[in-house]
Design a protein around this ligand. Sequence first.
Ligand code: PLP
Length: 395
Amino acid sequence: MKQTYYLDYNATTPVAPEVWQQMEPLLREQYGNPSSVHHSGKAASKVVRQARVKVAELLGADEREIIFTSCGSESNNAAIRSALATNPGKKQIVTSRVEHSSVKKLGKYLTEEGYEFYEVGVTAQGFLNIDELRHVVSEKTAIVSLMLANNETGVFFPVNEIGGFLKEKGIMFHVDGVQAVGKHPLNLKESPVDFFSASAHKLYGPKGIGCLYVKKNTPFRPFIAGGSQERGRRAGTENVAGIAGFGAACELALKDLPEEIQRLKSLRRYFEDTLMKGPHGIVVNGDLNRRLPTTSNLRFPGVDGESLLMALDQKGICISSGSACTSGSTEPSHVLKAMGLTDDESKSSVRFSFGRYTTEETIREVLVILQDTLGALKESSKRNRLMEPRPEAAF
Ligand code: PLP
């Protein structure tokens, strides 16, 4: 079987063995409903309680501030919709041009519903234009929603500084922390953040489980109405195995967070430094220092990102292009475009993202395959250019 080199950890991560161990019995024999009063229900309720404590610990929160949801996208939608419901006179939502589609697409719907959805720009390094944000927010702003770390470039936004300023203005603040959780130290109790989204599948937990942190005393209106699960804040029978997996994933992340950050930083340095020394003129998209240790978004001038992705896939390497596929056509990444890259520059960019199971050996082998592939792609595009028909004579 062909070897797989998985370098797409920002898209999703494998379930860690430590996590699966906690989940398996809950899927097999301990299947009680946490709302049931019998012993099986009580056991399930205890599992949920214990996991909530572990999630809260990683986020630096109180466990009563954690609402389990189905995913990061739901958490993002729930936070923004709640702020609008609890601030009925305020009709503006402020976010950035580089947010995840779960915020961007919601913005489209909200505009159709009569809200103003304003997207603040970013610099060439991917930083938020803070002056523009300060200028645009006002008494009509219901909520500001920003990522902590960008999924494509890894670049951090200074959410503590921004939140402090918004607190003075009495504006609610939501942070999409989906990419940062488990990869960056957090202390939400001490931060000026009202809502914070997380998703288990980005940190070696299962898919289909996430959470929304809602700071104590923040008004909240449920996104999903129904039963009184999650203290009346999110209806629906709990995904007990998923929640247990999320808790186990948070416990695992907390165990070696500083060491893992350093390890990944040094692997990435080795990866990028080696590539930069090569002949391909590779450029890093986004700020070199203030970004997630997992992420390396690279531009390969003169190379089509999609072709590179496909060629690497054939050799067992999984990465992402900086482009999103929309109904069959490849659109340049909205993140890279917001940073000022041309369509061509954006389309020649791809994202490598590293994680817990990426070793130095993985990187070394990937570098060899990547350099060969780049050489072959450049050679074939040179041949294609030579074979292009010459323009016809003018007469
Ligand atoms: N926000 C960010 C920054 C993400 O990267 C993602 C997933 O890629 C999400 C939100 C959505 O998370 P989920 O896949 O759990 O809905």
